[in-house]
Design a protein around this ligand. Structure first.
Ligand code: URA
Length: 422
């Protein structure tokens, strides 16, 4: 087998054979296929697509590139969720302890933010002392003792995806449905969860900007999970405006704790409960009542134990940025649009995100929202507060904020529902 013929097949809109797929994924993982060759193939896949059969084989080859975890020794059924990524998407933080409080085991292997979307691990690292990297034995211990664990995926899990994802990120080949679906599902299937709920984001702040693409991605991933014996469902959810009232690491932890304390913004609570219901049903816990577990403090108890089990202090003060800048409403009216992508870019430019994988993030940086689309605003009232440790970033962040909102005289658009489809 040679890589040039594999690239040519896809370049010329052909279908890759199972043998070609197995060989190229394995050879790339071993270093026998060079980055520039895999980049060419990834671009050919982005431009010419893959059949469902090719995607299934590609996913299987990525799973086979590493180890598979096994949670069958746990006494509880496992349930996991994956979001395709968005702005202000802190849902994993309240959701994992909530679903654990209702009786499932939640192994949540998570990632870091890149570009305008945030990452769960960066958010939790704002909690003083909290550790993202656990050995497989530590992961099992935390899961067994608290019911939930949120940590980094080990190096042994789908190593082909680790290499390929880093390459796609710097070659403009992230936004390809076959590559996104196989990337996400190879990790989730290798992780060994019994059931999986996918939160497929749709809108300006998501990879998938329109409903048709989001639906195709969702259907592809559900098919892959089901074929591998993982009970998989997907919700299509809105990412045209940030989730909740915060985008940024410590800011989002604070908001998540508010949800666990029975408060928090309505959209975050609604989506947390909708995903919890799906996860519990997938795990066979159809009688569990997640709204009750939020209200009676049992989800908060699991959160505190889960944070402490990973070295974090759930009572510690969260980091606060050194400087703030308030953006006020220029006129009276109704806020009819607040763009998720623009706010995500602003948070990133303030220091909440990173431009390169190795960059550090600022725990306190980000954007706080004081109004959501559909709400009335008065001239001069705070619309957004920008937070950063490095005030020279304000001007750059403000460039992204400038065109991020519309204020109209009358009602305009009302808020979209958060769950668009199932
Ligand atoms: N998340 C992933 O894990 N992989 C992708 O390709 C996109 C989002």
């Amino acid at each position: 087998m040679d890589v040039i013929s594999v690239i040519r097949t896809k370049r010329d809109r052909g279908e890759l054979s199972e043998a070609q797929i197995d060989w190229v994924v394995d050879a790339y993982t071993r270093g026998a296929v060079a980055d520039e060759q895999m980049s060419a193939l990834a671009m050919a896949i982005l431009l010419n697509g893959m059949t469902r059969g090719e995607i299934a084989r590609w996913t299987a080859a990525m799973i086979a590139s590493g180890e598979r975890m096994d949670f069958s020794s746990l006494s509880r059924p496992t349930a996991d969720k994956h979001s395709t990524g968005g702005v202000g998407d802190k849902i994993t933080l309240p959701l994992a302890p909530l679903v654990a409080a209702c009786g499932a085991a939640v192994p949540q292997l998570s990632g870091r933010g890149l570009g305008h979307t945030g990452g769960t691990l960066d958010k939790l690292e704002a909690v003083p002392g909290w550790r993202a990297s656990l050995s497989n034995a530590e992961l099992m211990d935390v899961l067994d003792s608290t019911g939930a664990v949120i940590c980094a995926a080990g190096d042994g899990l789908a190593p082909a995806d680790k290499k390929l994802y880093a390459l796609r990120d710097v070659t403009g080949t992230v936004e390809a449905i076959p590559l996104i679906a196989s990337s996400i599902m190879s990790k989730k299937i290798a992780e060994g969860t019994g059931s999986l709920v996918l939160d497929v984001k749709c809108g300006s702040g998501a990879f998938m900007k329109n409903a048709a693409d989001a639906r195709e991605l969702a259907e592809t991933m559900v098919g892959l999970g089901t074929d591998h014996g993982v009970r998989t469902v997907a919700l299509l959810t809105d990412m045209s405006t940030p989730l909740g009232l915060t985008a940024g690491n410590a800011l989002e932890v604070r908001e998540s704790v508010e949800v666990l304390a029975g408060g928090g913004p309505a959209d975050v609570v609604e989506l947390t409960l909708a995903l919890a219901r799906e996860m519990l049903d997938g795990a066979g816990l159809t009688d569990a009542d997640p709204a009750k577990a939020l209200a009676d403090g049992s989800a908060m108890d699991v959160w505190r134990r889960m944070i402490a089990a990973q070295g974090g202090d759930p009572d510690a003060d969260l980091p606060v940025a050194r400087e703030t800048h308030v953006v006020t409403a220029p006129r009276d009216g109704v806020l009819t649009r607040l763009d998720a992508y623009d706010i995500g870019v602003a948070a990133w430019r303030l220091g909440a995100g990173r431009a390169r994988k190795e960059d550090p993030v600022q725990a306190g940086a980000g954007v706080e929202l004081h109004a959501k689309p559909g709400e009335p605003v008065r001239a001069g009232q705070p619309l957004l507060t920008l937070h950063t440790d490095t005030p020279d970033r304000f001007a750059y962040a403000l460039e992204s904020v400038e065109g991020s909102y519309d204020i109209e005289e009358t009602g305009g658009l009302m808020a979209r529902p958060i769950v668009l489809d199932r």
